[in-house]
Design a protein around this ligand. Structure first.
Ligand code: UDX
Ligand code: ADP
Length: 458
């Protein structure tokens, strides 16, 4: 018999871990269990060294762990015990078969659904947390309700909008929470239960309910829109470089239109992260499936523009450094896909490093939180790459520095000391436009920002 007040989350990753910590904190009368097949990950969740870095997370975990939040590898018994099951397993892009490169690989989700089905002897609410292609909930509901035990599973969609690095802030104070369900009597009852969990700290106007398909599609669309803004501003950064306009000024001027707004208009070496590319490809796959080729092409161009931007960045490095980087040391400041996270999934730094290694450069990578993940990303590249926790060591004897992540710590380094330790002429390629360009130029650096005139001593 399950317990109405026991919540289980399957998958203790970037989404499952922080979300459940917050749910446990805000609902002390519920018991929340988080399970994973990866026992190392669970061990880390039970330690002082959490498996993901997220500001504010450890403090919350301290407050609830072993009180009403439990991390465990006992998936089977937890499924039996829980009444509400959040599924937060990975749904990477398929690498094989039909839809390879675009569609989501749903094997982990389906395995989880079958495991739930096998072990359950009472009705349960299943909540999709992973970003999934539209109509997944319906497919899962079909699998689950194919049982002959007479038990009912309501499958809901409750996509996550937290951004890494600000996950706790986003969970504490979200713009909105989406809860989608089927509109049957039992679906609506399940929806109320999930809404109730969130309403213990979020006002009801911000909890949006709808049918499951709208909720699933809203998540894909929100990420596609965000990525589209970055590709749009990045495309204009290329034009700025040709014409002498300044992307910072253009973005500010454009963003002051209250219909457009200032957020997500920072030109960069490219967007990364586990969601944007995957979700856009999901959308593209869906559109093609329904014969909407023009719509598919439209969204696919957002990813193509991102690829163009990172390629353009490396080609610019090459051109500025006299068309060769062979044998030259190049320091990368930042490897995470954005600041305040150790996550390197789809980070533009991966592409930049591979391209530089291909050009026979020696790459010294520095990052305050992502060095371990960087080593995993680059495990096939043993030669000509070194990892330095100290950026001063990375820059020593380097011909160039490329800033790839907008970490605060890179803004306040002693660049005079760095300049003195580098080969000359010394270059800084600012892929995030966060350094004081004029000051660096006056110290002697050749500064190549994005979407702004270069500051060159030649
Ligand atoms: C994103 C969504 O923001 C979040 O709502 C969703 O749930 C998951 O995907 P995340 O991938 O953690 O979150 O990071 P986000 O802050 O959106 O940044 C994504 C990428 O865009 C990063 O590489 C970031 O550096 C880049 N970016 C962001 C820019 O290049 N310019 C900007 O102006 C903003
Ligand atoms: P996200 O960013 O969506 O949270 P992650 O990759 O960080 O994705 O986390 C997904 C987690 O789900 C991983 O820790 C993985 O080990 C776990 N997982 C995948 N399949 C299963 C499964 N069948 N049972 C339990 N956990 C699983």
């Amino acid at each position: 018999m399950n317990n109405e007040k026991t919540i289980l989350c399957i998958g203790a990753g970037y989404v499952g871990g922080p979300t459940m910590a917050m749910l446990a904190l805000k609902n002390p009368d519920y018991k929340v269990i988080v399970v994973d097949i990866n026992s190392e990950r669970i061990k880390a969740w039970n330690s002082e060294n959490l498996p993901i870095y997220e500001p504010g997370l450890l403090e919350i975990v301290h407050r609830v762990r072993d009180k009403n939040l439990f991390f465990s590898t006992d998936i089977d018994n937890s499924i039996i015990e829980a009444h509400i099951i959040f599924v937060s397993v990975n749904t990477p892009t398929k690498t094989f078969g039909h839809g390879a490169g675009y569609a989501s690989d749903l094997q982990y989700w389906e395995k989880t659904a079958r495991q739930i089905l096998k072990l359950s002897d009472s009705s349960k609410i299943i909540v999709e947390k992973s970003t999934l292609p539209v109509k997944t909930a319906q497919a899962m509901e079909r699998i689950l309700n194919s049982n002959e035990k007479g038990i009912i599973f309501d499958v809901l969609s409750n996509p996550e909008f937290l951004a890494e690095g600000t996950a706790i802030k986003d969970l504490e104070n979200p713009d909105r929470v989406l809860v989608g369900s089927s509109e049957t009597e039992s679906g609506l009852r399940a929806r109320d239960k999930i809404v109730q969990l969130y309403s213990s700290w979020i006002d009801n106007e911000r909890i949006l309910t709808s049918n499951v398909w709208s909720t699933e599609l809203s998540k894909l669309t929100a990420n596609a829109f965000l990525a589209q803004r970055i590709s749009s501003i990045n495309s204009i950064s290329a034009l700025c470089e040709e014409t002498g306009a300044n992307i910072h000024e253009v973005a500010h001027a454009v963003g002051t239109d209250s219909r457009i707004g200032q957020k997500f208009l920072d030109a960069s070496v490219g967007f990364g992260g586990s969601c944007f590319k995957k979700d856009i490809f999901n959308l593209v796959y869906l559109c093609r499936h329904y014969g909407l080729d023009e719509v598919a092409d439209y969204w696919e161009s957002v990813v193509k523009m991102n690829e163009y931007q990172v390629e353009r960045f490396v080609l610019k490095m090459l051109k500025s450094m006299f068309n060769t980087v062979t044998g030259k040391k190049i320091a990368l400041f930042g490897f995470a896909f954005k600041a305040n996270t150790g996550d390197t999934r789809e980070s533009p730094a991966i592409y930049v490093t591979k391209k530089l290694l291909n050009e026979m450069a020696n790459v010294a990578i520095s990052d305050p939180k992502a060095l371990e993940n960087a080593k995993i990303e680059l495990k096939d590249f043993k030669e000509n790459v070194e990892y330095c926790s100290d950026p001063y060591v990375a820059a020593k004897n380097a011909h160039a520095i490329a800033v790839l992540t907008e970490w605060e710590c890179y803004k306040t380094l002693d660049y005079k000391k760095i300049f003195a330790s580098m080969e000359k002429p010394a270059f800084i390629f600012d892929g995030r436009n966060t350094l004081p360009h004029k000051e660096l130029f006056e110290m002697g650096f050749n500064v190549i920002p994005l979407g702004m005139p270069e500051l060159s001593h030649f």
